[in-house]
Design a protein around this ligand. Structure first.
Ligand code: ARG
Length: 486
């Protein structure tokens, strides 16, 4: 069907001119329906992918003998000119008042017919917008995942860089936001890097999920022409072809997976951001964010606000919202394509846009952040060494339960005297337990505490260096093109 024009006496009624489906209708589209029906403002960003898909489809139709070589070549030339226009930003979205361009597929077909004439009407042979949009969206999705992964790799790189610079910084390790045991600054940075490395894995999985070609599935029942879907797959850079045409046009699992990966990533960035906000507060003063990532107050001249971290934290809600929107959209849909699915794109676009906005700031903020070792040292609570004292008694043969009790009594005695437990006098110590003495307490130190934890995953220098190296190797692995990855 070639798009009909306003001046065509055989054309459909006002309001349906040039629509891709006007033939069976007598009345025009109700004006209230026009903006609801229309998705062009949203899906216009699929224009380049739509055209690439059409170029491949024109080739497949010629190979199947449905189009002559000359017809196919004319279509491909026209489509390539359109692709050029998209790249130059010259292909525009027409105004809301023109109902013909309801989506990017209609727009491209109308523009193509303007360029190459009636042969444009042959392009849609054997194809439906249902398999077309599913294909365009996946093509876009694969590229988007590559961009998000690249930005995420930079963020991980920033954290590894901070870890390298923070091996000798001793931080309080918190549980329940109470000082627990000493850790290295590098250990903290790596604790935030590992979840992001898992996100890179997850994104690679989602990419594989997206890389399945729906084109050639038609509206629901497949393509009646002998198109070579394997050829199409290779042309468009997919990994495989969908095995069921009905599933192919309705499957948005990869999009759900991407919004899930985005939500979880957002959640992890949110926790990192929260640590940055706390650590850069006056009360903690553990860390300084770079000037480029802090802002001032319009009223209070002294303020240095961690806006970068707060804005990152603030984006978490919309990422989770996009996942919920998509799950809710799909819930209860009957089999096959349903128009509800037109709503799938905004949520996914927003997740990708949000991540691409946030990740460079994460990379810059952590890459430029610096721990303030003197301030941190002044805030280390000697209580951080209480577990080590219990372990000293354990080394002397005291069962851990008993040594835990004993050290509890030490801490209580210190609290009553208003001194840190490390300053309790000899007599108080020996009265609590015969193995306790000033010499034992003087043997405790921050450095000694972190160094005692040499088991893999612990805070000893060798263990932290090993995990840093492992993280760097993992990160390096993600820099290779997807096909070369294990
Ligand atoms: N704009 C539609 C979407 O995004 C394209 C598919 C339209 N299919 C249809 N049968 N009306 O889903």
């Amino acid at each position: 069907m070639s798009p009909r024009r306003k001046d065509d006496p055989q054309g459909p009624p006002e309001g349906r001119e040039a629509a891709l489906w006007g033939g069976r209708f007598e009345g025009g589209l109700n004006p209230a329906m026009v903006p609801l029906n229309r998705s062009l403002e949203v899906d216009f960003r699929l224009a380049a992918h739509d055209i690439r898909g059409s170029i491949a489809w024109a080739g497949a139709l010629a190979r199947a003998g449905v189009l002559s070589e000359a017809e196919s070549a004319t279509l491909v030339q026209g489509l390539e000119r359109l692709l050029e226009q998209v790249r130059r930003g010259d292909l525009a979205v027409r105004g809301q008042d023109d109902p013909a361009d309801e989506d990017v597929h209609s727009l491209v077909e109308r523009e193509l017919s303007g360029l190459v004439g009636p042969v444009a009407g042959k392009l849609h042979t054997g194809r439906s917008r249902n398999d077309q949009v599913a294909t365009d969206f996946r093509l876009w999705g694969m590229e988007a995942i590559d961009s998000v992964s690249a930005a995420l790799r930079d963020a991980v790189s920033g954290l590894l860089e901070l870890a390298r610079r923070s091996m000798d910084v001793i931080l309080p390790g918190y549980t329940h936001l109470q000082q627990g045991q000493p850790i290295r600054g590098a250990h903290w940075a790596l604790a935030h890097a590992w979840p992001l490395l898992r996100d890179l894995d997850r994104l690679a999985m989602v990419r594989r999920e997206a890389a399945v070609l729906p084109l050639g599935s038609g509206a629901i029942a497949g393509c009646p022409f002998p198109v070579d879907r394997e050829w199409l797959r290779a042309e468009l850079g997919f990994d495989s072809v969908t095995p069921n045409s009905m599933d192919a046009v309705s499957d948005r699992d990869w999009a759900v997976s991407l919004t899930f990966a985005g939500s979880l990533l957002g959640m992890q960035l949110n926790r990192l951001a929260e640590d940055l906000v706390i650590f850069s507060s006056h009360e903690f003063s553990f860390l300084k964010l770079g000037d480029g990532f802090s802002t001032g107050s319009s009223l209070m001249p002294q303020k240095r606000n961690p806006d970068a971290a707060e804005l990152i934290r603030g984006k978490t809600g919309r990422l989770a919202g996009n996942l919920t929107a998509l799950l809710t959209l799909i819930k209860g849909l009957p089999g096959g394509y349903n128009r509800d699915l037109q709503e799938d794109k905004e949520a996914v676009f927003d997740t990708v846009d949000t991540l691409l906005l946030v990740l460079p700031v994460v990379a810059g903020a952590v890459g430029g952040a610096a721990f303030l070792p003197d301030q941190i040292r002044s805030r280390l609570d000697p209580g951080l060494l209480a577990t080590d004292l219990a372990d000293v008694l354990v080394a002397e043969g005291v069962p851990f339960r008993e040594s835990h009790e004993v050290v509890g009594a030490v801490v209580l005695a210190a609290e009553r005297r208003g001194t840190p437990f490390t300053e309790l006098p000899e007599d108080v110590l020996s009265e609590i337990h015969p193995l306790l003495s000033r010499r034992v307490l003087e043997g405790l130190s921050w450095e000694g505490s972190v160094e005692r934890r040499r088991a893999p995953g612990g805070t000893a220098r060798t263990a932290v260096e090993a995990q840093l190296e492992e993280a760097a190797i993992r990160l390096e692995g993600f820099s290779r093109p997807p096909r070369q990855r294990p």
